[in-house]
Design a protein around this ligand. Structure first.
Ligand SMILES: [Zn+2]
Length: 222
């Protein structure tokens, strides 16, 4: 079940105070409502009942999917990472205790992300049975390919998504506000998996943060 509590926040426009639900943890297998809100972005945005102004509130939250076996901890702006790691490990211990028969099954994927977009992205990746380490490598490859053809392209972020036809794609956000979409051929994913999986396994041992820096580490052959 979702662990939640009510907090008061202040509207930045009219200064009225109102109650919002803050989720400490969301279980993807049971909390349909909270999961939907998370994926649509509603979980961290709140509408002032007085003036209709939308207030964003980001907070640490643990997302847990028992079916697909992953946990993602949102750790806003990368603060208190150690505390988030402890939370994740504690949650894992609790599950091991609760379901000892599942302990021998495939290990959990445990991740820490610094913003909501990354959280949604990781959920999409894992829900689709994909590996986020390979996706980060592909991002790096697509980014360098884009920069090779367009030297002025300053990339501010790249997010993976699965399109309506089930195709893999990157949404590439440029610093000038432009948005590009680039489809990722599925055989690229297969190729990268074949070529880099062993290196990924090595580099991701005890590593909860799988991002661009991780991809650079893998490609540098460490
Ligand atoms: Zn207001």
């Amino acid at each position: 079940m979702a662990l939640e509590h009510i907090e008061k926040i202040k509207c930045k426009d009219c200064s009225c105070e109102f109650d919002v639900t803050v989720y400490e943890s969301v279980n993807g297998a049971f909390d349909d409502e909270a999961q939907k809100k998370l994926l649509s972005g509603e979980l961290f945005t709140h509408t002032c009942p007085e003036c209709g102004c939308v207030v964003a509130l980001s907070y640490p939250m643990l997302y847990h999917d028992m079916d697909k076996k992953f946990m993602i901890h949102l750790c806003p702006d990368g603060e208190n990472v150690d505390e988030c790691i402890k939370n994740i490990k504690d949650a894992q211990k609790k599950i091991d205790k609760q379901f000892p028969e599942k302990r021998m099954e495939k290990p959990y994927k445990m991740r820490i992300v610094s913003n909501e977009n990354s959280m949604r992205e990781k959920i999409t990746i894992f829900e689709n049975g994909l590996d986020d380490r390979i996706i980060e490598l592909l991002k790096l490859f697509f980014a360098s390919r884009l920069q090779a053809t367009n030297k002025d392209a300053a990339i501010s972020d790249i997010l993976f998504f699965v399109g309506h036809r089930g195709e893999y794609a990157f949404q590439i956000m440029l610093a000038n506000g432009e948005n590009l979409v680039s489809e990722v051929p599925k055989h690229f994913y297969t190729l990268f998996t074949e070529q880099y999986m062993a290196k990924c396994e090595l580099a991701s041992r005890d590593n909860f943060i799988i991002d661009a820096d991780f991809a650079i580490l893998v490609l540098n052959g460490k």
